[in-house]
Structures are given as C-alpha cells and as structure tokens.
Design a binder for this molecule. Structure first.
Ligand SMILES: [Zn+2]
Ligand SMILES: [Zn+2]
Length: 478
C-alpha cells in the first residue's frame, strides 16, 4: 500500500477550517494531523511514498455532482459526453463522484434500465459513480421494482411533470410512486414544470413564427415551475414521502420549497450554476457571427435560463446562503451545436435540452466565495458534504476524516482559471457553455481513492478506476 501525505494545507470542511496534514494509506484517509504533531513519528514526509505540498492552499473533499446525464438519449440523439469523457472532465475540475441517472420509460422495465446503465458505465469511469433511477412509466411491475431499488444501492429516483409522451407521469402516477418511495426509504427527485401547459405556449409561439432558442425561455415561464413545484410538494405530503426538487430556477419555486421546509416537511431543493450566473436575455437571447440568433441554442436547458429583470439569480444565491436550497448540481447534459442542437433550427422545441458544466461546478461555486455570496465552508458543504449526506454516501465521501475515501482536492485560492473552449475545456462537445468565465482559483491536485488524477495541469487518471457506489438512505431523513 502506498502512503501519501498532503502537507501544509488548510483543511476546509462544512463546519470550519484548520491547518493540518492529511495522511492517506492506499485508498483511505487514515489521519488528519496537527502539522506540529510527532505522534506518528518525527518526519512523516520521509516515510511517505508521495508528498503533496499544499502550503497556502485549501484541502477539501472531492466534489460530488449528484445530477449528471452522461450519454443520455434525448430528442433523437445522445448527450455528447460519455461516461469516459464526462468523468475525465469532472476529474479535471475537482469532482471525484457523480450520480447519474439510469432510465426507464413507459413500457420498459426498471431492472432492464438499471442493468443497461451499469453496462454503459462499467469500466469507463475515471471517478466513482452512483445511479439514481428515472421512472418514466408507472405500472404494477415498475412499482414493485422501485421498492427493491435500495437493495441495489439506488436510493433515489426521478420523475417528471414535464416532457409529455417521453418522461412525464400524471399526478396519480406520481402519487403511487411516492407512496412506494415513502414506505421504502427512497428519495423522490422531481423535475417540476407543467409540461402540457408549456407545450401549448410553445406551439403558439412557433405558429407565430417565434422559433429562435430565445423562445424556449418564453414558453417555459416561471409560473409553470412554481405551479408544478407546489403540486409535487402537496403530493409528497399526502404520500408521506420525502421530496427533492431538482434544478430549481425560479424564485417562486424556491419560495414554495422554503415554505414547505418552514412547515417541517422533508422537502429539499437543488439549483444549478447556470441559474446562478446566466439569463434569458444574455444567453438564450445571444447572437453570434457564426450562428446568428441560433447562438442561444447553446443555452437551452429546462427549466430555462430566466429573465434577468425578474431577479431570480439573486434569490438563488440567497436561498443557498439561508439553506432554503441545499444543493448545487450541474444537470450536465451537453450537446454539440453542430448536428445536435442544429436539429432545432427553425423550431426551438427540437433543440435537445442541456448544457455542459460537470467540469466547472467546483470552480464556479468557488467564485461565489470570491464575490462574497457564500462562505468558504458553505462552498465545501455545497459541492461535497451535502451531496454526500443527501444521497447516502457521507463518511466515505464528502468529508476529510479517518476512514473516508481519499477523494481529495488541493485548491489554490491564488491560482486562476480561464474557462473557454480553447482555454479550459475537457468535455466532449464543440463549444463551452461557460465561454469567457474567469475564476479566481484553480484546481491543483485531485485524488480519487488515493490515486492522483490531476497534478501540474496533467491528467494521470484512467477509465475503469471509478467504481460503482452502493448508496444508503439519504442521511437527512429521520
Ligand atoms: Zn430535469
Ligand atoms: Zn436532469
């Protein structure tokens, strides 16, 4: 077993920071030591196989992105990052665990969906990975399979009130699934937008000749998100099931979650970096020489980027500070502008939905520390500790302490990262969703279970290193 010592850094956790050395034996953290301590000997560095100098830097638990869609089939094509390329890019950006979504659709079996995703990911990932289960078809068979998912280490599943005919479930189906989830300790994740009503508005816009990507945002107005969020909170309450609302983008939806939490309900909320930094006008409404008004197709995601005049972004940051929202995941689901997004030229409804962020989440959230939106400790909590607890991995993941997996990032607050397709971009699509973003920090070293994946701006990982994580129950539930 090889011994690694991370020396001289400031270990930052969700609850504080301390100057400490981190000792790693093989894949596991075995000690967090006062730098002056001689308890384990006078010169640990000389007995270690590898010493990483973290002087002046932060030593944090590896990022956990709990919402990614590698190679997801969508709109007649597939998300451009595979498990291989997506997890490698994640590692570059300091993320050492993803939780991706296995898919079942109406008529299909949950067991088959899960098995298929295991097959796609096995041997491909550079970092550890878990699965949520998408349940797109509720019937007697799928409800039975849902109840057994915790035995497979899959303790959360996602349903949709949007995408009629593809992933959407009706209210009765949602309720039935939530009842099973509540009884079996599963966390229900919900894509909350009123799909059928959105489709009507979208159809009317297209009929009026309003076909540019910008109108994707105009079709999916905030009222549709607030309504669906409120509805699923009520359904979960009736079903006595805990609820996790994914990718919250509207301040009104966040307020529904906050109100439910104030009443003591087991309701949680996640937002994404795009809803903290991007807007309908600036991004969906963008134009370029190359693409004209179709430039905005790079920023088509659902829920959409919102009107800056409505001031959703400020509210999302505030909600993260106040813990009205607890999570930041990426909803990573990128498509190439050429050939893939182009399917929707002349009709925004045909643009596959999704952006690519898995590589940049740790950095983008750190910029929130720089600008004073969140504290350093809250940063660590948001990018690692809470996801670990929320999805039943804490102890092994999400913390630097003896017994934890040695998933560790050395982060340099005096470094700099310029994001852009020709600058920092290791994801597998033909543009950067974050072109031009500048980060006042840098991911220096990344370890996954003791193995160095990134050091000196070089990649040392390999596909197949990443292992499937059998997750336990959400550690926020009582
Ligand atoms: Zn979704
Ligand atoms: Zn998603």
């Amino acid at each position: 077993m090889s011994i690694t010592l991370i020396k001289g850094g400031t270990v930052v956790s969700a609850t504080g920071r301390v100057l400490a050395d981190v000792l790693i034996d093989g894949e596991t953290i075995v000690a967090v030591l006062d730098p002056e301590s001689t308890l384990l000997g006078h010169d640990l560095a000389s007995t270690a196989d590898k010493v990483i100098d973290a002087t002046g830097k932060y030593v944090i638990p590896g990022g956990i992105d709990a919402h990614t869609h590698m190679q997801l089939p969508f709109g007649g094509t597939f998300a451009a990052d595979t498990f291989e390329t997506g997890t490698r890019a994640a590692a570059w950006g300091g993320t050492t665990t993803i939780v991706d979504f296995a898919v079942q659709t109406a008529g299909g079996r949950i067991e088959d969906g899960l098995a298929s995703w295991h097959e796609q990911a096995a041997g491909e990932c550079a970092i550890d990975y878990g699965f949520h289960q998408i349940v797109g078809g509720v019937d007697a068979d799928s409800l039975k399979a849902l109840a057994k998912l915790p035995d497979e280490g899959v303790t959360s599943y996602k349903m949709f009130t949007a995408y009629p005919g593809v992933f959407m479930s009706g209210d009765g189906e949602l309720l039935r699934a939530m009842q099973v989830a509540g009884e079996n300790g599963l966390l229900t994740m919900m894509h909350a937008e009123n799909g059928p009503a959105i489709d009507v508005i979208a159809e009317q816009l297209v009929a009026a000749g309003k076909t540019d990507p910008y109108y994707h945002g105009k079709a999916r107005v905030w009222q549709m998100e607030e309504e669906a969020t409120h509805r699923v909170i009520m359904l979960a309450d009736v079903a006595r099931a805990p609820l996790y609302v994914v990718h919250v983008s509207a301040k009104q939806a966040a307020a529904q979650i906050a109100a439910a939490r104030d009443e003591g309900k087991n309701v949680f909320g996640e937002t994404c970096p795009q809803y903290l930094y991007m807007s309908l006008e600036e991004h969906l409404g963008a134009t370029s020489e190359e693409w004209g008004a179709f430039e905005g197709a790079k920023y088509v995601c659902s829920p959409p980027l919102r009107d800056s005049g409505e001031r959703h972004q400020d509210h999302m940051w505030r909600s993260l500070r106040t813990n009205d929202l607890q999570m930041v995941s990426t909803d990573h689901c990128p498509f190439c502008q050429a050939d893939q997004n182009e399917l929707g030229r002349g009709d925004f409804r045909k643009i596959p939905n999704g952006m690519g962020t898995v590589e940049h989440r740790v950095n983008l959230m750190y910029q929130g520390v720089v600008t004073g939106e969140i504290s350093l400790e809250r940063w660590v909590e948001l990018i690692s500790t809470t996801p670990a607890r929320m999805f039943g991995m804490y102890g092994k993941k999400g913390v630097i302490q003896p017994g934890a997996d040695a998933d560790v990032v050395v982060y340099d607050p005096n470094g700099h990262t310029s994001i852009g397709y020709d600058k920092t971009h290791h994801m597998n699509f033909d543009h950067s969703s974050w072109e031009g973003f500048e980060i006042d920090g840098h991911v220096d070293v990344v370890l996954s279970r003791g193995r160095v994946l990134i050091e000196d701006d070089e990649y040392h990982g390999e596909k197949g290193h990443g292992q499937f994580i059998k997750r336990g129950q959400s550690q926020y539930l009582i």
